[in-house]
Design a protein around this ligand. Sequence first.
Ligand code: SAM
Length: 307
Amino acid sequence: MPALPKSLLQSLQRLTGFNSAAFERAHQEGNTVTSIRVNSKKWKHYNPGKKPDDFLPVDKKVSWSSNGYYLTHRPAFIFDPLLHAGAYYVQDASSFFIEQIINQATDLSQSLRALDVCAAPGGKSTLLQSVLSSQSIIVANEVIAMRAGILSENITRWGSPNVIVTQNDPKHFQSLPGYFDIVLVDAPCSGSGMFRKDPDVIKEWFPQQVALCSQRQQRILADIMPALKQNGLLIYSTCSYSPEENEAIADWLLDTFQLEPISISLQEDWGIAITESPRHHAPGYRFYPHLLQGEGLYIACFRKKNS
Ligand code: SAM
């Protein structure tokens, strides 16, 4: 494992939950975490009366998820027909937290319209499908054509009829003003949250990339904001640790749009760190590999105010 970039470590020093020695140790130890999320409808169909433990090396449940499990090791997934049938999805456990946000910040008895703006390969879109009611509509969008193909395959495999895959630039959704109850922006980012899982990313990381990503994140958010309904929910996430792509974006959102930040209740033993954006004190949820079993992630959510 190459050394972690000094400028990144420096930028994290003051953040709640960050501990340089423990963070670096978690990376040097290089423990890999494998987690899956079960598609309960398909699981019941293919394996009536059977539990994930009957087929997979389950260690324990992911505590912030109803269908997420840690595995003791990474099996040869490629040979498992259940994976190809869409009975489960291999995904980092930190991402499963979206379920908590949807449960706590929306009325799931309603039919909702959700847009996943940066959706490929489809992990979070399949999660939305599992959590939202079957009367809801989910638009899973990916701007890059090749990645939209992979997204489409994964959505088809998951098997819900209420999902539309699109391949559009975020600004195209301005033709649907105030249409969506939920907009998820899982933004392209500098990727430091993946350092432990994929150490090659460390060599490709450079500080200027953080600034470029931050500008692109603002552009995507500004382009998509008109499509969010008043009172609708914006979920913003990145797999970067850099405050410029996270807390600074939360402050920029609150400076620029009529939004209010939303707090999500956590259990202390989940190990999720809560930060506040410097100016507006917007809560952000940080997943650090030295505090929990999962890779790096930042998530914040906001409600669009009635104007
Ligand atoms: N949400 C996905 C999931 O859970 O599987 C992962 C999304 S990934 C972090 C970010 C996605 O944003 C990538 O698929 C990338 O192709 C897409 N992207 C890159 N540039 C973009 C842009 N300018 N506008 C919108 N999406 C972009």
